[in-house]
Design a protein. Structure first.
Length: 176
């Protein structure tokens, strides 16, 4: 679960002095070590920072990663790898920043985090409305608060009805 939550954050490259080239999510949808496992295996420095492999060219950054042996790497793999690096969104700031994927502004909000937790907990094919708790129906009704509370407890299976009591080992005998 923690890995899923961490995957919602990405690093925006600024001066690239704190971002791990292979182990941080800064270039696309995943970690470069997972996107290019063959190149990661041949990497000379697997703990290199983005700054170690990034040089400023005349008009744009130039990527210069170091590999143990280049002869085991086919041209198509290298082409896809460097295209991925060139597509990376390099920020204009002077420092590296942590960004949140779920917000358009990149800032963490509890609302988006809660919605994502709902989505992670209920990963079936139903829509979010069908999966989540029907709060509008229960809490925004004209019913008294004690009725709303009772309906909420009942929807979560928390009311101590005969079947729930039997699950807890409590039995009742009713006189007829």
């Amino acid at each position: 679960m923690l890995e899923k939550i961490l995957s919602l954050f990405f690093l925006e490259v600024g001066d690239s002095s704190t971002i791990s080239f292979w182990h941080n999510r800064w270039c696309g949808e995943g970690l470069l070590k997972e996107l290019s496992p063959g190149l990661y295996a041949l990497a000379m420095d697997r703990n290199a920072l983005v700054a170690d492999y990034r040089e400023q060219g005349a008009c744009c950054p130039v990527w210069a990663p170091f590999f143990v042996q280049d002869r085991f790497i086919d041209d198509d793999t290298l082409l896809r790898f460097f295209n991925k690096l060139n597509e990376a969104n390099l920020g204009d700031s002077t420092t590296d920043k942590v960004r949140w994927d779920l917000s358009t502004k990149g800032c963490f909000t509890v609302r988006f985090f809660y919605l994502k937790l709902l989505d992670l907990n209920y990963s079936s094919s139903k829509t979010l409305c069908e999966r989540s708790f029907p709060c509008k129906l229960i809490w925004r009704s004209l019913a008294p608060i004690k009725v709303s509370f009772f309906v909420r407890e009942a929807s979560h299976g928390k009311i101590l009805t005969c079947d729930n009591l039997q699950k807890k080992g409590i039995t009742f005998f009713f006189d007829k």
